[in-house]
Design a protein. Structure first.
Length: 93
């Protein structure tokens, strides 16, 4: 276990699911959500750059989403913090 893991307040849950990043202009990029906690997530993308702030969709039907802000990056791996503690979106179908 590394030092950063020990500093986390909330336990991360491994999920390994496809996700979708959507920027303010409505452009989307596919990503992979590796793990999530109440406060953030670790994702990877085929793109070396992501917007600093974006909406992260956590379900295939895009009904579950969180507003995010990138707090760290290592290559194609990103750590994001959720702007709200609760799930913002449960969009109507």
């Amino acid at each position: 276990m590394n030092a950063r893991t020990n500093l986390r307040r909330h336990k991360r849950q491994k999920v390994g699911i496809p996700g979708l990043v959507k920027d303010r202009r409505g452009e989307t990029m596919v990503c992979r959500v590796h793990d999530v906690s109440h406060t953030g997530a670790r994702i990877t993308s085929a793109f070396a750059e992501l917007p600093r702030s974006f909406t992260l969709y956590l379900s295939k039907d895009q009904r579950i989403f969180r507003e995010c802000h990138v707090i760290w990056q290592r290559g194609l791996e990103f750590g994001v913090v959720f702007k709200e503690r609760e799930i913002i979106g449960l969009a109507a179908s």
